[in-house]
Design a protein around this ligand. Structure first.
Ligand code: FES
Ligand code: CO
Length: 343
């Protein structure tokens, strides 16, 4: 099983919540079973500490933000973004605060409008670079932020699985009468995967206006990228030049649940198509996937002999192999260079 307690999973960046959620008060989030308190400092940068006061273990996320610090709700100790205690109201001002008064801190950054956290000081990969997000003419549309009862790996595999479209998405864009999946070109990366394919799809009335394609059939040119362990981008280009890039993360909360973070990037404008209409269509598609994914075992075996496979499962097989190699290598606490050479 791919347990969220595998130490190597702590060495990746995950988006945990929209930065806008921190505008008024601190928030809590559980990442890989680790409760966090998150808040925003005066310079606009987010901060993340363990959500447990080192005095009597109260949740810091129930406290308040003051002068860049989080102040515990129980006895008022304050901690800065490095987890160092900066104020103990019960101490005389001239008394030094013991250095042991501190709380674990974690790497924390803002990107694409979300707060990202890595639980280890030495991330294996950087936060994914998405060049399309930096084009000023493009718009970024936040889509979904919700908890699913499924494993991140199952969701990643689903994203690269061309064989499910005719079944799961028969009511939206899948071609029911063409169950044979489109072929694709797989390019495994040192860590990660790229897949290119061209997929004929149904273009229902609800989508024709969204795409500015007034035909009942169209085609998607796809470049999918997997960023281990649980992030993918699906860059769809339509024949009319329309870009619809979907970013999806399945941030691991614990061994039963994933926080779905999804936004899309488009090269058209709100005057062309409303964000609301785009979100509505993608909502239908995502709901179709959710029903099936939440019915799968959370346990996703990395041992390839446990489940049966067909040729269109190749992307998922690459993912399982890479994750198994990562766990094997990092479980032994080897340095980074050695591990990447093995994979
Ligand atoms: Fe936090 Fe006492 S429990 S200050
Ligand atoms: Co799907």
């Amino acid at each position: 099983m791919l347990s969220t307690q595998e130490p190597v999973l702590r060495r990746f960046w995950y988006p945990v919540l929209p930065i806008a959620d921190l505008s008024n008060s601190p928030r809590s989030f559980t990442l890989l079973g680790q409760p966090l308190v998150l808040w925003i400092t005066d310079n606009g940068a987010p901060a993340a500490l363990a959500d447990r006061c080192c005095h009597r273990s109260a949740k810091l996320s129930l406290g308040i933000v003051q002068q860049n610090c989080i102040r515990c709700p129980y006895h008022g100790w304050a901690f800065d973004s490095a987890g160092i205690c900066t104020d103990v109201p019960q101490l005389d001002p001239e008394t030094a605060i013991p250095k042991t008064y501190r709380v674990p801190s974690y790497l924390c950054e803002e990107r694409y409008g979300y707060v990202w956290v890595c639980l280890d000081d030495d991330p294996i990969l950087p936060i994914p670079e998405i060049p399309e997000a930096n084009v000023s003419e493009h718009r970024l549309i936040p889509q979904f932020y919700e908890v699913w009862n499924c494993s991140g790996l199952r969701l990643m595999e689903n994203s690269f699985d061309n064989a499910h479209l005719s079944f799961v998405h028969a009511a939206s864009f899948g071609m029911e009468d063409q169950p044979k999946p489109a072929s694709s070109e797989l390019i495994p990366q040192e860590l990660g995967l790229k897949v290119y394919s061209t997929i004929p799809v149904v273009n229902p009335p609800a989508q024709q206006q969204n795409l500015n394609i007034p035909d009942s059939l169209t085609v998607r040119h796809i470049e999918s990228t997997w960023y281990p362990p649980f992030i993918r981008t699906l860059k769809i280009t339509y024949p009319n030049g329309l870009l619809h890039l979907i970013f999806t993360a399945a941030t691991p909360i614990d061994d039963r649940t994933s926080q779905i973070v999804q936004f899309c990037i488009r090269n058209d404008t709100e005057a062309d198509v409303s964000a609301e209409s785009i979100v509505a269509f993608d909502r239908q598609v995502v709901e179709e996937d959710k029903v099936v994914l939440e019915s799968t075992d959370y346990d996703t075996p990395l041992d390839l002999t446990v489940e049966q496979h067909m040729s269109s499962d190749q992307p998922g097989i690459v993912m399982r192999r890479q994750l198994a190699a990562l766990i094997k290598s990092y479980g032994a606490g080897q340095p980074k260079g050695q591990v990447l050479a093995e994979i």
